[in-house]
Each structure stands twice: as C-alpha cells, then as structure tokens.
Design a binder for this molecule. Structure first.
Ligand SMILES: *Cc1c(COP(=O)(O)O)cnc(C)c1O
Length: 426
C-alpha cells in the first residue's frame, strides 16, 4: 500500500477472519485481565494492552494509527478537540518558565491558548510574522524556548508557511517545529517531509468533514533527536518519577514524545476522544482524499470567478496564479490547498451586510472546512468586540470575509454568490 488514497481506506486496521470489515466501536471504559501480575505489568509500561479508555481505547487507537500513517509519523493520539491537541503538543515539552515562538497568523483559539492561557501557566509566547526572515525567527528564540509553532495554511488568513525554512531555523536552535496541518490535511501537505517534527490537527474540519464531531490529533514524526538536546527536554530524557524512574527516550525511542503524551497528559488531564466520535473520524479519513480534491478544485473555480467580479476589492487564495503566495503553494501543496479563501468587497459595511444576508445556499457559520459552504465576517462575528485598528493589528482586514467552499456543485455556489452580489447592489 503506497498511494495515500488507498491508505485512507485501509491504514490502521486490517481485520482477521470473521472480524468486522469496518473499524468496530469498542464502547467500553475498561478491559479484563486474569492475574494481578498481568495488570501490574501494564502499569509499569512493561506490557502494552488496554486497561482504561482514558489512556487508550482500541477504536481510538486504530483511527489514530490511520492518521499517523497518512502523515508519515511513528504514532498519533486523538484528543477531544483541536484546542486540546495544541495544548498537549506544547505542554508535553514546555513547562512554567519555558518559552514558545509562534507565527502570529495562527487560528484565534490557538493564539489565545498560547498568548493568554499558557502565559497564566508561566509559559510565554513570542508571536512573529509568518513571513519572518531566518534572522527574525532566530532573534525571537531564547535559551528557554522549547518549540516553534505555525500552521501550514493559516486560519482565517489562508497564508502558506515556508515550513522547510522554519524547520531549519528550529533545528539549528535544537528545538522542534510543531505544525498545525488542519487546513491542508495530509492529502495536500505532509509537513514531516519538509522537516516538521510534530503535527497537530483539528479533526473537526476536513478530516470529519461532515460537521458531526469535534476532535483533535497529535502525530509524532519520531525524527526529533530529544537525546541530542537532552538538557532542554528533561521530561523525555530523564527518569519519570510517576513511572518508577522510566526514561521515555530510553524505553520508547522514536515514540518517546507521543508515548509521554498518552501516559502523562491523557492520564492526568484526560481530554480524550470517545470511541463513537473516533469512529466518525475514521469514516471521514476514508473519503478524505476524494473530498479534499473536490474542495480545492471547486474553491479554485469560485476564487477565479470572484477575482473577475467588479464588486470584489481583493481576494486571498494561494492557488490563484495571481497570488503572491502562489510559489509557496506550488512548493508545499502542488495539488491544491483547501476550500477556504478570504476576500473583501468594495462598497463598505452596508453593502457587505446586505451581501451576507442575501446568501441562501451559503450559510453564515462560525465553522469552516466541511461539506457545507459557509461564510463568516470576523469583524461582525467572531471578532466583533475589536475596533478596525485592533482588527488590523490581529492581521484581519475589517472587510475580510472568510468563505469555505463545501461539496455542493460549484455552479450552484457561484449562482448563490452572484445573486447575493446583485441583491446587495439593489
Ligand atoms: C478549528 C481549529 C482549531 C481548533 O480546533 P477545535 O477542534 O475547534 O478545538 C485549531 N487549529 C486550526 C487551524 C483550526 O482551524
């Protein structure tokens, strides 16, 4: 099995004789053992096996293994949300007194998580432009910096990150690059191939793809040499008191980081995915290659149409040949990025609001990246408490409309946009 669309269907689960064809939902909190010694060995991490679904569950693990395969990693975990995945990805290696460098165009929820909540826990973040030069990235790194964080395709700005360059600067400083690959998905970009060390996902978006299930994931490339920078990552390279002095890098080698995320963070914080929800995520992965191809193809058709319209002041979609980000898009996502684009209308707020209100097929939602086409105007919705000045400081133009192209026929999507533009002009 080499082609990624084949692996979407089969990776992570191969049934034996008479076993379910589809990944079965094992809706059980706990698992049975025969002897006290068998159970004891599980708690010493000497045997692997299921004992409690807060740590591991067979359904969740099979789906995580499918995603790990698609990303090309050594292991993965599913979490209760994308927010939990990004939190875990950071605090698995950063603690109070440590520091993070992050691109400032990342998803608002992650921006808040790093800038406010982790700061309250004593972990400081320096935000820098995603277009920073190597020297600007270097200047933000401190001796106590534990990771660099960015998004392949940013939400909502849809900028493309130069992952290979950011990874090189991170590695020069002896720290990993963590990439949130939610918008590109492993179908359109595999950040590990460009040097990223850890990948995160909000599986809520394209991976679920049908608007059913909030979830997240962390995938470990297994490539980061934790032992080479042992003094920076004592949690992985020195004995863990809560596991009888076990050292993760010694015992688990390439899977040290992802194993610690399970045995520490899942055990202590418990932001787990449920077997039922993992099942939906597994179904979503099976059609991911088909769906993302259609999302990107339809979005390019719609973006070209919008670009040709006199009412449109500007449009950002890196798959457009006219985009200043097109060269980066061609490097990292040659088959297309995603279904999300950003654009602004001429004609001010009133025209803008009449346009949004006139849309019929495309609905107003605080969501993106699933089968339903939807639209959001951050200045009126998610970011409405900010002034125009504050919006610009956050990298969001006051007229920015985020449009997420679903799986409807693109002719119908364009017809809806056209009638709404005409209605707004009346
Ligand atoms: C939505 C999103 C998140 C947060 O995910 P939830 O599943 O909503 O918690 C994180 N990163 C990106 C890029 C997102 O789009």
């Amino acid at each position: 099995m080499t082609k990624i669309d084949t692996r979407c269907i089969h990776a992570g689960y191969t049934p034996g004789k008479g076993e379910p064809r589809q990944i079965p939902i094992i809706q059980s909190t706990t698992f049975k053992y025969e002897t006290s010694d068998q159970m004891g060995r599980l708690f010493d991490l000497e045997d692997s096996g299921y004992f409690y679904s807060r740590l591991q569950n067979p359904t969740v693990d099979k789906v995580a293994a499918r995603l790990a395969d698609l990303e090309g990693g050594v292991g993965a975990i599913l979490t209760s949300s994308g927010q939990a995945a990004n939190l875990f990805a950071c605090i698995n290696i950063a603690k109070a007194g440590d520091h993070i460098v992050a691109a400032n165009n990342i998803y608002g929820g992650t921006f808040n998580l790093l800038g406010v909540t982790l700061k309250q826990l004593g972990i400081e973040t320096t935000f820098i432009s995603e277009s920073s030069t190597d020297d600007e990235i270097r200047a933000a790194i401190r001796p106590e910096t534990k990771l660099i964080f960015g998004e392949t395709i940013s939400n909502p700005g849809v900028e493309v990150l130069d992952i290979e360059r950011w990874a090189a600067v991170a590695h020069e400083a002896g720290i990993p690059l963590v990439i949130d690959n939610t918008f590109a998905t492993p179908i359109h970009c595999r950040p590990f191939e460009w040097g990223a060390d850890i990948v995160t996902h909000s599986t809520t978006k394209y991976i679920d793809g049908h608007g059913t299930t909030v979830g997240g994931a962390i995938v470990d490339s297994g490539n980061f040499p934790w032992d080479k920078h042992a003094d920076k990552f004592p949690g992985l390279t020195t004995p863990d008191e809560s596991y009888h002095g076990l050292t993760y890098t010694k015992q688990f080698g390439k899977a040290a980081y992802i194993t610690k995320a399970v045995t520490h963070l899942m055990r202590d914080i418990g932001a787990i995915q449920s077997p039922q929800n993992a099942f939906y995520i597994g179904l979503g992965l099976q059609t991911l290659a088909l769906r993302t191809e259609r999302h990107a193809k339809s979005a390019l058709t719609v973006a070209r149409w919008l670009e040709s319209r006199p009412e449109v002041a500007w449009i950002r979609y890196s798959d457009l040949e006219s985009s200043p980000l097109h060269a980066l898009q061609q490097k990292y996502c040659p088959d297309g990025t995603c279904g999300v684009m950003a654009f602004g209308l001429k004609g001010g707020r009133d025209f803008n609001n009449r346009f949004l209100d006139a849309l019929r097929l495309i609905t107003i939602e605080t969501h993106v990246a699933d089968c339903y086409s939807c639209v959001l105007h951050p200045a009126s919705h998610t970011h409405r408490q900010l002034s125009d000045e504050q919006l610009r400081a956050a990298g969001i133009a006051p007229d920015l409309i985020r449009l997420s192209i679903g799986l409807e026929n693109p002719d119908d999507i364009i017809a809806d946009l056209q009638q709404a533009l005409e209605a707004a002009a009346r």
